[in-house]
Design a binder for this molecule. Structure first.
Ligand SMILES: NC(=O)c1ccc[n+]([C@@H]2O[C@H](COP(=O)([O-])OP(=O)(O)OC[C@H]3O[C@@H](n4cnc5c(N)ncnc54)[C@H](OP(=O)(O)O)[C@@H]3O)[C@@H](O)[C@H]2O)c1
Length: 299
């Protein structure tokens, strides 16, 4: 039976380190980390994410501001707001909640964020730093950063000699995750919807990361015995056993079947999910420390 990698517990530890780091930064330099969360429109899922990010920031002792803009806000207005936040010395992290309404060019908006405040790690400067191995000065996207911490909890920091397969090649999860694994010396393969015989490829993986968005797609017999399985997927499926119209969350991996094969595995919920917000707080603290010239804690 696989060891459970308890993301919720690790995320609590990250947040505790962030709180201590924020207190120490205040004591040493009189600086309070500041985060601005910008949301355009009223997508219910985005509203929930933004509220939980703002709540966590307050819990960490941060200065936290939330800008809620109407659905029909034009791009120029949003770019002006970001320029103001870029110039605001009280703000160290800027997060624009995606997706943006279709009339706004999300790429242009992301690239307008000061790379030094890009705590989501989506700016080309940060993407470039990560892909050239400059992981010490890059901001790494929060979900892969959190997934990597969970991986290293069970596999250690040096992944030399291990085969890693990342299923999914998005800019937000798959590609940065592959770069992090590579930086830690794993031998990395990225799979996607055009990959042939995905099952056979997955069976080569000592570390298998599923970031697809297809409920329980990865089957138990795709998993190499003893492998570490990091399930990034968050999918809502019907759960008639809980009552009519009820739903439940599952990952991209068939958890029950995978547990019989894997050496260690993240559950859904309670695995990678909680790490994402924790890493956003960590990135914001790191940004504030860099600005103040104070050493940041390592995560
Ligand atoms: N835990 C968290 O905090 C967190 C954060 C972000 C995302 N997520 C979850 O992680 C999942 C992935 O997110 P994402 O943003 O990376 O998704 P995405 O942008 O939709 O990318 C999905 C990737 O999966 C690949 N794919 C789709 N069907 C496939 C198949 N049948 N076989 C192999 N590969 C396939 C796609 O390949 P192509 O490129 O060829 O189309 C694509 O590269 C989603 O469930 C999302 O909800 C969780």
């Amino acid at each position: 039976m696989a060891e459970l990698i308890e993301g919720r517990k690790v995320a609590d530890e990250v947040v505790a380190t962030v709180k201590e780091g924020a207190e120490s930064l205040r004591a040493q330099a009189g600086v309070v980390p500041g985060i601005a969360v910008v949301i355009v429109g009223s997508d219910p899922a985005s509203q929930v994410y933004v509220a939980s990010k703002s709540r966590k920031a307050k819990e960490c002792g941060f200065h936290s501001v939330q800008h809620e803009l109407a659905e029909d806000t034009d791009e120029a207005t949003l770019l002006t707001l970001i320029a103001d936040l870029n110039a605001d010395p009280a703000i160290h992290g800027i997060l624009v909640q995606l997706p943006l309404p279709a009339h706004i060019d999300a790429g242009r908006v992301i690239q307008s964020i000061d790379p030094d405040k890009d705590v989501d790690g989506f700016h080309f400067i940060n993407v470039g730093k990560l892909s050239t191995g400059e992981t010490d000065s890059a901001f790494v996207p929060c979900t892969p950063a959190g997934s990597m911490i969970l991986t290293q909890r069970v596999r250690g920091h040096d992944l030399s000699g291990l085969n890693a397969v990342v299923v999914g090649r998005s800019n937000i999860v798959g590609k940065p995750m592959a770069n992090l694994l590579l930086a830690a010396n794993a031998t990395v393969t990225i799979a996607h919807s055009r990959t042939r015989d995905l099952a056979a490829l997955c069976r080569t993986a000592d570390i298998l990361v599923a970031a697809v968005g297809r409920p329980q797609m990865v089957e138990g017999d795709w998993i190499k015995p003893g492998a570490t399985v990091i399930d990034v997927g968050i999918n809502r499926i019907p759960a008639p056993e809980k009552g009519e119209g009820k739903t439940r969350l599952v990952g991209d991996v068939d958890f029950e079947a995978a547990c019989a094969q894997a050496g260690s595995i993240t559950p859904v919920p309670g695995g990678v999910g909680p790490m994402t917000i924790a890493m956003l707080m960590a990135n914001t603290l790191v940004s504030a420390c860099r600005r103040a010239g104070v050493a940041a804690p390592s995560f």
